[in-house]
Design a protein around this ligand. Structure first.
Ligand code: HEC
Length: 134
């Protein structure tokens, strides 16, 4: 017997709702999938050590750098590759008035992967801020 597609949709919605109701999936509706908790946990101290001085310990930016919760950094606009490139090569000023970001030394690709997981998880939970300069 062929299962009509609408049935599959109903099952999917039910599964999604069930996932939300256990409290593990608090989601701001960004469409970002839940990140691997181990990567997120490992990414937090790396982010705090290497990125928070400019991007803020709460990711909401400082007078040295922009908020990673800005809509500018949603995955469709700045995909994960942008993070690897930013860390490896630095970033010339283009979206904000903070100046250039220098390359960050001493991070391996797996460490950057953990940082990205941490950032995406915070974006998923907190949602995005509108683009504000200054
Ligand atoms: C010394 C300050 C400083 C530090 C430390 C810093 N950043 Fe940045 N970062 C900036 C600034 C300033 C910009 C904004 C450049 C612009 O678009 O005008 C930026 C932009 C970015 C961008 C956007 C890149 C793009 O393509 O537009 C990413 C991704 C990023 N930073 C990731 C990181 C990560 C990950 C870390 C830690 C490993 C980090 N930054 C540490 C200052 C910093």
């Amino acid at each position: 017997m062929r299962v009509p597609p609408v049935c599959l949709l109903v099952v999917l919605v039910a599964v999604t709702l069930a996932a939300c109701s256990d409290g593990s999936a608090d989601d701001a509706g960004t469409g970002i999938p839940a990140q691997d908790p181990e990567l997120v946990a490992a990414g937090e101290p790396l982010y705090q050590q290497h990125c928070a001085s400019c991007h803020g310990s709460d990711l909401r930016g400082t007078d040295q750098g922009p908020s990673h919760l800005s809509v500018v950094y949603e995955p469709n606009h700045h995909g994960d590759a942008a993070f690897y490139l930013a860390v490896r090569n630095g970033v010339p000023q283009h979206h904000w008035p903070f100046g250039d970001m220098a390359a960050i030394e001493g991070l391996s690709d797996p460490e950057i992967e953990r940082i990205v997981a941490y950032v995406r998880e915070q974006q998923r939970i907190n949602g995005f801020e509108p683009h504000q300069t200054g």
